[in-house]
Structure formats: C-alpha cells, structure tokens
Design a protein around this ligand. Structure first.
Ligand code: H2U
Ligand code: ZN
Length: 353
C-alpha cells in the first residue's frame, strides 16, 4: 500500500458501497458566496409546547391523542407513505419496461425520542439514548417480522433545513416490501466484495481507516465514526460497528449503550461545529428482513449534514451534482480533522453560568 497523500488537484474518489464516483475540488473551498443564507437554527426554549403534535398528552392531526409518555413513544404515521393492505399489482402498458409500475406494501411509524420538546439526541443522557436504541432494535424486529416487510429504514431528519416539520426530538421508520435504492446498491456491492475477497467490505475498510487515522473522528469500544474517503456532504460521517454484525437488533446491551455513547459524542461535536443545533439526515443501513441469511451486511449509520461553511451557508446539490456527479470542496481529511478537534462538551453546557 502506498503512503496516502491526498492530492490538492481536482480528482475523483470511488465509493465502494454504491460503486459511484465523487468529484473532489479542494481549491474551490475559498470561493466567495453571494447566494442564499439560511436562518441559523434556534433551539426551542420550552420543554412543553401545547401546539406540538408530538408532546405527551397532545392531540395529533386526525384526532388521535398521545399518551402522557415518560420515555419514548412510537405510533403509526397519520400520513403514512406506505400501507400494509395494498392490492398486489404489476403492470407495464408498453410491454418493454417503459411504463412499469407495481404495488408496494409497507408501514410508516414515528418514534418520539423523549417527552421533552426542547431536547435533542446531543442533549440527552447516554442511558436515555440507549432507551431510543432499544426502541429502534425492537421496532426493527417487530416491523421486520410483518408479512410483506423486507426492509426497515430507520432515520432521523433534524432541522428545518432538512424538511423536518417539528423540533420535538423524533425520528421515523419507513418499512418496505422491496429493498429501496440506496440499501440495494450497498447490498449488491457488499455481496460482490464478499464473493471476491472472502471478507467483509466494511470490516476491511474500517481496519484500513483505523490504521491511516486521518479520516477518523472518534470511537469507543464497539463503534467508530469517520468521514469516509468518498464523502459527498461536507461533514458527512459513517458510523461503523467494530464487530461484523448485520442489524441493530443483534447488538447486546453493552453494545447498545456504546452506540448511544457514540451518538452523543458525535452529535455534540456536530452542535459545537457552528454552535447551533446541527441539522442532518441520519439513518441506519442494515440487513433486509426477508428471512434470508445476509452474511454480506455490516450494520452502519450514515450522517448527511447539509451545512458547509457556517450555520447559514449550506451545500446545494444542484447543477453539476444533479446532472452529472456529486462534488465536494473541502477534503474529507480536513473535515475529519475539524470534527475531531472539537470539544466533547456541548457548547450550551460550557456557556452555563
Ligand atoms: P418530519 O420530522 O420529517 O417532519 O416528520 C414528522 C412526521 O410526523 C411526518 O411524516 C407525521 C408526518 O406525516 N405526523 C403525524 O403522523 N401526525 C401528526 O399529527 C402530524 C405529523
Ligand atoms: Zn413537542
């Protein structure tokens, strides 16, 4: 293996999980910005909001009322994109795949992480976050066992800039009959890598990154967080289980608490980056629940934050990115060093009198 020396010249990098390329142009990061500025995120001040459809005891759209929950709370999305009871259908009027459609069964749930409206994962305790991990594991198992559910996508959209409609700490679960595009690409790549090398793609990748060190952000006994070599978003992070395991339900109690710990550490550093409640889309990628053995799958999470240079300047995926290929300016190595060097204590706690 040659010593790594990331080039400053424009270059492209390969993502072995999706088998797609990203263009890296480090010299562009200083270009002036005269475009749109986002409003900086402000954290909700109050622990209870009478107008919030996720706070305990409140009414939701459609008339259901939340219980006075004290830890976590899961309900079926009142505006679910997927339903369990769709009629089976597959058609192609053209006969050659030009007008192909088929039915898709599934379900959508909302997971409230905490009763307090003003919290975020970064501001919750590790035991509280462990409670959320337990709910994710239980839901993965329960929803994955439903007939017609073969893939369970657990995710969190944080912040208005990500299209999140409510600051109350919560995530969602959408579960499908088919394997959606992103996990399907990853599944095919992991399968091909396993067949070719007789080892796991992400086990091998983590070993390599731990040795090199420049893209590591933080780690603990069971998990590691790094900015992947092929990151698209400026401060994108890949969170990897150290042990080769396929899904969240297979984590033992110590590993679940370790996952909660690294979540807290990472989201704290994210908040400290621009001293705001940091927006992102986060989700787990894990084994399908189709009843097959999936030795190729390595449990992991992706964090895709949209912010680029400040709390108000975001990265847009437009133009070349939409029409050709994703592109980034600051290198993954610079982003990793920036995140690594941030304090592990939340800025709001440091500012307390
Ligand atoms: P966001 O965090 O991405 O805004 O999602 C919140 C979800 O909550 C959204 O999918 C659902 C919306 O359909 N919701 C309900 O299920 N009931 C409500 O009363 C309002 C919103
Ligand atoms: Zn609320």
């Amino acid at each position: 293996m040659k010593p790594e020396n990331p080039p400053e010249e424009p270059h492209r990098r390969f993502n072995p999980l999706t088998r797609e390329w990203v263009l890296v142009s480090p010299h562009r990061s200083q270009r002036p910005w005269l475009g749109h500025l986002e409003a900086a995120a402000v954290s909700p001040a109050l622990p209870y909001d009478p107008g919030c459809y996720l706070c305990p005891g409140n009414e939701r759209a459609g008339g259901a009322r939340n219980p006075r929950y004290e830890t976590t709370f899961v309900f079926t999305n009142d505006f679910a994109a997927l339903r369990p009871d769709v009629q089976a259908m597959r058609q192609d009027e053209s006969g050659r795949g030009l007008l192909l459609s088929e039915s898709e069964a599934g379900t959508c749930r909302v997971v409230c992480f905490a009763p307090r409206h003003d919290l975020t994962l970064a501001r919750m305790t590790v035991p509280e976050i462990t409670g959320v991990v337990d709910v994710w594991a239980q839901q993965y198992h329960e929803i994955g066992s439903l007939p017609n559910v073969n893939y369970v996508q657990i995710f969190e959209n944080r912040g208005e800039i990500m299209g999140c409609s409510n600051p109350h700490p919560h995530g969602q679960i959408w579960a499908n009959q088919t394997i959606p595009n992103e996990p399907r690409k990853e599944q095919e790549s992991q399968q091909a890598y396993l067949e070719k090398n007789r080892s796991c793609l992400l086990c091998d990748y983590l070993q390599l990154e731990a040795k090199i060190g420049t893209r590591m952000v933080l780690d603990n006994a069971h998990f590691a967080a790094l900015v992947p070599f092929w990151a698209v978003w400026p401060f994108e992070v890949l969170l990897l289980a150290r042990r080769h395991t396929g899904d969240i339900a297979s984590l033992d109690p110590v590993e679940r608490s370790s996952l909660a710990d690294i979540f807290k550490q990472l989201t704290t550093r994210y908040d400290n980056l621009f001293e705001i409640s940091f927006p992102y889309s986060m989700g787990f990628h894990q084994s399908p629940t189709d009843g097959e053995a999936h030795p190729e799958w390595h449990f992991h999470a992706h964090f895709y934050p949209p912010l680029l240079r400040s709390a108000t300047i975001r990265k847009f995926m437009v133009g070349y990115e939409m029409l050709a290929s994703p592109q980034r300016d600051i290198t993954p190595e610079v982003a990793a060093a920036t995140l690594r060097n941030l304090s592990g204590t939340h800025y709001a706690e440091l500012k307390l009198p």
